[in-house]
Design a protein. Structure first.
Lengths: 63, 463
């Protein structure tokens, strides 16, 4: 191995690959954020069919 | 040196435990050492040079094939009046959004996909990643359409330009070194500025441009559905989900720390300014088509614009324009495929589905999934472009719809993470950051949703 182990001290401890493998815990959501996430899920339920419709419609439209 | 996990008995972790040092750590440490020496020597320009990269790349990367065609369409349809200052505004919004990813990356040393999975759970983790990777795949198709179109302008057969494009994307990954990859891409991205001499060859009226920037006018034809669609397309050409994921991951891969945030902000601002100048230059270069009343509604790609511009700005200007389109597609193909690699590997890593590492400092043996995603998506997108009769227009339309409709969740998750004081500490959004970020997020989300709906249902509004 042709390098100095002290080189690694140029990294902050939390930057090491091993340190970043320790996961953050799940965030505890406040009622407001929780409501926002529910709204987002509804938005996505509406958005996905629109995306599928757009693709199928574009497929069927002569280029 | 071989790609191995090395145990040096390093005991500098925040937990005080012995850490395993990887080759990836060593490569990143080499880059960091240069930064630390530069900071100690108070060499601010060299420090900025060393820390620049993610911001410039993300902004110039988003000036991709479809975006440049969108700016050219705008210039050819409306001239420079309203849209020159409007493009400046969209890049200001892009800066506000991207600056949050800089702070997130510096504070947490984790990618965006990883953070979403860990802080909001598997549903949002898998959704954000799946949405991004699928959208990126379709976007890659449009980048190869740009590469193919640029090549066709120079008489290069489609299969040859696409093959060269794929080879160059693969070649960039072969460095297996983030720093080299970044510098090579920055060198390529400079060619995005080819639109500036192309614009100068269009002999723009300086007084008209100044008037447009100062007054946001004139707006020929008034407020119509076509105008609204172009406004929304220009927003969609400036702020997209892949940018958020890419810049945060690149900031982490580069090893940016809290102390580097000011330089990283400058990097992002420089990228936004350069990209805005290139975008406005494209608008100006295509404006002679507006003056000559050329109908561009049937133009399919950048090569059509270049060909139509030959009698108006000369063959040199048109050639620069076509080269710019080629570069835009190529650099975007490199950055967007890498953004998919980061997002998918980060999500698999967060889900603990095997040793999914995510860095451009990895060797191929340790980064099979990481490099496999970029290579696989590149080959798939390139192959689709070469299939005779492939529904390319359908894919281009769907890209726009996905990117804009699903921008709202991406931006809201970003804002929530940037306000997460538990992980951000003193880098969390303050009042002003929330005001600027919140306003931008709401504006882009509404505009994006509107654009998605208009694109999906073109007959919803009167023409």
């Amino acid at each position: 191995m042709a390098y100095d182990p002290a080189l690694v001290s140029a990294l902050e401890p939390d930057q090491l690959v091993a340190a970043t493998k320790r996961p953050y815990s799940r965030r505890e959501l406040t009622p407001g954020v929780l409501a926002l996430m529910v709204v987002l899920r509804v938005f996505i339920l509406i958005a996905i069919p629109i995306v599928i419709y757009a693709f199928v419609h574009a497929l069927l439209t002569p280029q | 040196m071989s790609e191995t996990t090395l145990n040096f008995g390093y005991s500098g972790s925040s937990a005080g435990a012995e850490e395993l040092i990887t080759y990836e750590d060593v490569l990143r440490a080499r880059d960091r050492l240069k930064v630390l020496k530069s900071r100690a020597a108070k060499s601010s320009l060299r420090l900025l040079w060393l820390l620049a990269g993610p911001g410039v790349l993300v902004m110039l990367g988003e000036n991709d094939g479809p975006s440049m065609v969108s700016y050219a369409t705008t210039g050819a349809t409306y001239g420079i009046g309203f849209f020159a200052p409007f493009i400046l505004l969209t890049f200001l919004m892009a800066y506000v959004v991207q600056e949050m990813t800089v702070r997130l990356g510096a504070a947490t040393h984790r990618g965006h996909a990883e953070l979403i999975f860990q802080r909001f759970g598997p549903f949002w983790g898998y959704f954000a990643m799946g949405d991004l990777v699928f959208g990126n795949l379709l976007t890659l198709v449009t980048e190869f359409i740009a590469i193919q179109a640029g090549g066709l302008y120079f008489g290069v057969p489609a299969w040859a330009s696409v093959t060269i494009g794929v080879t160059l994307v693969f070649g960039s990954l072969a460095f297996r070194r983030y720093a080299t990859w970044e510098r090579v891409l920055m060198g390529l991205a400079v060619f995005n500025l080819l639109f500036i001499p192309a614009a100068l060859l269009a002999h723009p009226d300086g007084a008209a441009l100044t008037h447009a920037l100062a007054t946001w006018g004139p707006l020929p034809g008034g407020f119509t559905t076509a105008f609204l669609t172009l406004v929304l397309a220009n927003v969609g050409a400036t702020v997209t989900p892949w940018m958020i994921f890419f810049q945060q991951s690149a900031v982490v891969d580069k090893g940016i720390t809290r102390a580097d945030v000011p330089q990283s902000r400058t990097d992002t601002a420089i990228g936004a300014i350069l990209a805005a100048i290139a975008a406005i230059a494209t608008l100006v270069a295509a404006a002679p088509l507006f003056a000559a009343k050329v109908d561009v509604t049937q133009f399919a790609n950048g090569a059509d614009f270049a060909t139509a511009l030959v009698p108006l700005i000369g063959s040199t200007g048109a050639t620069l324009f076509a080269l710019g389109i080629l570069e835009a597609g190529l650099v975007a193909a490199m950055t967007i495929s890498t953004s998919s690699s980061y997002a998918l590997s980060e999500t698999m890593s967060a889900a603990e589905k095997g040793p999914a590492r995510h860095s451009l400092n990895l060797g191929f043996a340790h980064g099979r999934l990481f490099y496999g995603v970029a290579m696989g998506s590149t080959i798939l997108a390139a192959s689709v472009v070469l299939i005779p009769g492939a529904p390319l227009l359908a894919m281009t339309l769907t890209v726009n719809v996905i990117a804009t409709l699903l921008m709202a969740p991406a931006l809201l998750l970003l804002l929530l993470l940037a306000n997460d004081t538990e992980i951000m500490g003193d880098l969390a959004n303050g009042r002003w950051a929330n005001l600027a970020g919140g306003t931008t997020v709401v504006a882009i989300a509404v505009v994006g949703a509107l654009y998605g709906v208009i694109t999906a249902f073109p007959n919803l509004l009167p023409k």
